[in-house]
Structure formats: structure tokens, C-alpha cells
Design a protein around this ligand. Structure first.
Ligand SMILES: *Cc1c(COP(=O)(O)O)cnc(C)c1O
Length: 434
């Protein structure tokens, strides 16, 4: 075998038996993988609970959880065994057929969502696919207004993130993501965040749907106010528009509730899920509330090969079961409050936001990228969604003691990061300096 090839066994085990290989893997990564993600921060080879290890044997506390995905941490024994035994029993069937895990998971999600009779579930493989299904649902809400105008507008919010495929991208507001791929599917308008007047002014019978994240995750953990959600529910109902909540990041226990919108007491017309749903196994879902909305997409109008397959739905059933059995939502609520309270006491931290274990906070300068690097050096994985914002979305099983190790390290991390940032900025003098 040439040195540029790796057998399956060695690829899986390489770094365990062959330490100090991180740099080599990264070089090979850049030679072989499409450069859409930039250079990976580390090569990770193993995880257990809230810990992961890199190819050089270094240990990290994972406070990002694969971006709100690893709800039960890494290598959860129950989820692992359910996935393995399902794969060994029946791994895949086409959607000409169904399987017990698919039906049971749909029923379970409807029950957790408190969905009314006639509500339904469509399974996809990712968040962006769940959003694509929601976009198509919105297009089908096309009954013209009473004065005959077409119902084609879809309202979303500035700062909103809904995924990277073309329909989901049309709903996503960030210009850097959108501009290179125009023209995108039409009809989407982005309204200012949390601005009720703007929503009221834009919403009429030409609107097919309003798409909202209860807490904007990628924008730096920005919660919509409860009154905004409640008013959006009221206005969409009046105008005959669908209220679609993107809970890909906030759903499945992340905020200490099964779904973030449950805090506001409203029922949406549709809800998208993914990230935490499979406990690390890829799965997405669109939940449609009530029989009328659930009838908008009819046989043949949407589909998927892999969506809802036995392994993915077994993984999600196992995840939901373990979240319930371990009272994990209560832990997310408890450890989340503890973290937010302690973060607010840190000198360099300005604004702490979020619910449960979806937490964002601002720094007193634009040095969040340096903070991510310094945290890694000290054995913590965190994320910088904006130049002065840090995000935590750890496994929901994170303990207070684990959280405390990060809190102890944070002042030092931020001091070093601020210093590094100042050095880097000083190294580039302004153009007009003498
Ligand atoms: C991550 C995310 C998506 C996209 O999910 P993918 O699985 O990456 O396609 C969509 N909506 C929200 C709110 C997200 O956080």
C-alpha cells in the first residue's frame, strides 16, 4: 500500500496507535477535500461523554457538541447499541416500505410536540432538507387573497440561518452565503429582527409563510421575544399564512424544553428538526401541525431515498428515550442557568443570552476567533459565530463540574486572546501612519 492510501481499519485506528499525526492528516485533508470549510482546527479520533481526543492524543471538553448535535455526548452506550443492532437487523428499506422505528418515532415526536389530531411527520437526513420540505409546504399554501392577488411571499428574518441548499439558502439572510449563488428561489423577504411593526406591516394575504428561529443560533444565539412569537402566531393565523418554526438548532431538548417555542405557549403550523434529533446520527424532520396543513403536500409532491430509514429513526428513538430516562432536559436547564449566571460575572463578558445549553455571549472586543484558538490550546472546544461573540452548545449531559473547569479557565483564555488580538492588530499599522 502506498503511503498516500489508508485501509479502513487504519483510518479508524490510525491516530490511536500512531500518535503525532495531526499535521499529516491536515495536509492530506487539504489535498483531498473540497475547500468549503477552511482548515479544520484539529483531527478528532475518539469521544466519550463530553470529552473528545485528537490525533495527537490531546483531550478536549467539547462545549460545542458538533454544533448542538451530540445531545448525549459522544459514544453514548445505549444509542450506540441501538444503532448497531438495528443495522444488524434491517439497515435500509425504500420508502415504498416502512419500518416500526419510523412509525414509532413519528408518533413520539407528535406526542412531545403536543401536536393536535391530524398532525404528521416527514423525515429527511439533515436540517437543510427539513427546511426544503418546509419551503415546499409554504409554496403549497397558495390560496389567493380575497381580492385575487397571488399568495407567493415568504417572510424570514435578518440574521436567520436555515441551511445551504438553494431553497434553505433563499431563507438564510447572510449575503456572503447567498450572493455567489443567485438567482435563488424567489419570493423571500427578510425583515428586521424582533421588529413587530415591520412584521405587521409586511404581513397580509399575499404571504404564504413566515419562517422563524425561536432563538437565532448561527447569528450568535439571539432569542426572539416571547411577545414576537405570540404576535407572529396571531398575525399569520389572521392572514392565512403558515407559521413555520425552524427548530433545527433549538429543538429536542437543547433549550431545556423539548422544543424552544413551547416556552411561549404557541403552536406553529410546521416545525423543522435535525441537529440533536439523532444524537449524532444524521436525521431531519418536518412536523406539520393539524390535518389542514398536513394535507398541503400530497402523494408524489416530495420524497427522499434515505429519509426516515430504520437506522436513523432507531437512533433518534434511542436518543429521545435516553433524554427522557436520564432527565436530561432538567440537567440542560440547570447547568445552562448555572453557566449563564457564572458567565455574566466574567469581566470581559458583556451580554449573555440563550436558554438551556444553547448559550451565546459577547466579549469586550473583536477577539472571539483568538479565544476559540486559545480555548483549544487549553483543552476546550467552543465556537465564534461573530467577531465578538462566542457560542456554547455542549452535550445536554454536561455536568456542573465539567462546566466549572471551563469557567475556571475562561478569564485566562480571554486575557490571552485579547492580547493576541491586540498584537495582531498592532502588527498591521493603519495605511496613513507615518
Ligand atoms: C444548522 C441549521 C440548519 C441546517 O442544518 P444542516 O443539517 O446543516 O443542513 C438549518 N436551520 C437552523 C436553524 C440551523 O441551525
Amino acid at each position: 500500500m502506498s503511503t498516500r492510501e489508508t485501509s479502513i481499519e487504519t483510518a479508524a485506528a490510525a491516530a490511536l496507535v500512531d500518535p503525532a499525526k495531526g499535521q499529516e492528516w491536515l495536509q492530506r485533508y487539504s489535498d483531498a477535500l473540497l475547500g468549503v470549510f477552511g482548515t479544520p482546527q484539529r483531527v478528532l479520533v475518539r469521544g466519550a461523554g463530553c470529552l473528545v481526543w485528537d490525533a495527537d492524543g490531546k483531550q478536549y471538553l467539547d462545549l460545542l457538541g458538533g454544533i448542538a448535535v451530540n445531545a448525549l455526548g459522544h459514544a453514548h452506550p445505549f444509542v450506540t447499541s441501538v444503532i448497531s443492532s438495528q443495522l444488524a437487523t434491517l439497515g435500509h428499506v425504500s420508502n415504498f416500505f416502512t419500518s416500526p422505528t419510523q412509525v414509532a418515532l413519528a408518533e413520539k415526536l407528535l406526542s412531545l410536540a403536543g401536536a393536535p389530531a391530524g398532525s404528521k411527520v416527514f423525515f429527511a437526513n439533515s436540517g437543510t432538507e427539513a427546511v426544503e420540505a418546509a419551503f415546499k409546504l409554504a409554496r403549497r399554501n397558495s390560496a389567493p387573497s380575497h381580492d385575487g392577488k397571488p399568495r407567493t411571499r415568504i417572510l424570514a428574518l435578518e440574521g436567520g440561518f436555515h441551511g445551504r441548499t438553494m431553497g434553505a439558502l433563499a431563507l438564510t439572510s447572510k449575503q456572503a452565503y447567498r450572493a455567489p449563488f443567485e438567482p435563488l428561489p424567489g419570493g423571500v423577504e427578510h425583515l428586521p429582527f424582533n421588529d413587530l411593526q415591520a412584521l405587521e406591516a409586511a404581513l397580509d394575504e399575499t404571504v404564504a409563510a413566515v419562517v422563524l428561529e425561536p432563538i437565532q443560533g448561527e447569528a450568535g444565539v439571539r432569542p426572539l421575544s416571547m411577545s414576537y412569537l405570540q404576535k407572529a402566531r396571531e398575525l399569520t393565523s389572521k392572514a392565512g399564512a403558515l407559521l413555520i418554526l425552524d427548530e433545527v438548532q433549538t429543538g429536542v431538548g437543547r433549550t431545556g424544553r423539548w422544543f424552544a417555542h413551547q416556552a411561549s405557549g404557541i403552536t406553529p403550523d410546521a416545525m423543522t428538526l435535525a441537529k440533536g434529533l439523532g444524537g449524532g446520527f444524521p436525521i431531519g424532520a418536518l412536523v406539520t401541525f393539524g390535518s389542514e396543513v398536513s394535507a398541503l403536500l400530497t402523494p408524489g409532491q416530495h420524497g427522499t431515498t434515505f429519509g426516515g430509514n430504520p437506522v436513523a429513526t432507531a437512533a433518534a428513538l434511542a436518543t429521545v428515550h435516553a433524554l427522557e430516562a436520564g432527565a436530561v432536559l432538567r440537567n440542560a436547564d440547570d447547568v445552562g442557568s448555572f453557566l449563564r449566571g457564572a458567565l455574566a460575572e466574567v469581566d470581559a463578558v458583556e451580554d449573555v443570552r440563550g436558554e438551556g445549553l444553547l448559550i451565546g455571549f459577547d466579549l469586550d472586543g473583536d477577539y472571539s476567533a483568538e479565544a476559540v484558538k486559545e480555548a483549544l490550546e487549553r483543552g476546550f472546544i467552543i465556537n465564534a459565530p461573530a467577531p465578538r461573540t462566542l457560542r456554547l452548545a455542549p452535550p445536554l449531559v454536561l455536568t456542573r463540574a465539567e462546566a466549572q473547569t471551563f469557567l475556571d479557565a475562561l478569564p485566562g483564555i480571554l486575557d490571552t486572546a485579547r492580547y493576541t488580538h491586540e498584537q495582531n492588530t498592532a502588527a498591521q499599522p493603519p495605511e496613513d501612519s507615518a
